[in-house]
Ligand binder design. Structure first.
Ligand SMILES: [Zn+2]
Length: 120
């Protein structure tokens, strides 16, 4: 009789405390994981911006030479409109200095920052 009671108790399944503990651990992992994921997404957008800026710089310089015109803000704005796709995923303002395009949002510093791969 006592053996039956012990067996029933052990087969009763998980208690509420155990369930809450598991849920708390899952919530903690999800919170930490989503923060790392958001940081990774932001870094990736910066890298995409830097690479696009390098490509657009080359194309813009070729555009200026092929049409034999000098840079001006209106020429740059028209070039970016004709490209139909903004080089920066954050739509940062694009400027032109020393024959190079530059994103005012990312400032071309992302590629040096992303050296280590974040992990959970
Ligand atoms: Zn940018």
């Amino acid at each position: 009789m006592e053996e039956d009671n012990r067996r029933k108790k052990s087969e009763a399944g998980v208690t509420v405390v155990e369930l809450l503990l598991v849920l708390a651990i899952i919530a903690l992992l999800f919170t930490k994981g989503s923060a790392v994921f958001a940081q990774t997404i932001a870094s990736t957008k910066g890298v995409v911006c830097d690479l696009n800026i390098k490509i657009y710089t080359k194309e813009y310089n070729e555009f200026l030479v092929s049409r034999n015109i000098d840079h001006s803000d209106s020429v740059l704005r028209q070039f970016l409109e004709d490209a139909e796709k903004h080089p920066c995923p954050h739509k940062g303002d694009i400027s032109y200095e020393n024959n190079k395009l530059k994103c005012e949002y990312h400032r071309g510093e992302i590629l040096e920052e992303v050296e280590e791969v974040p992990y959970i």
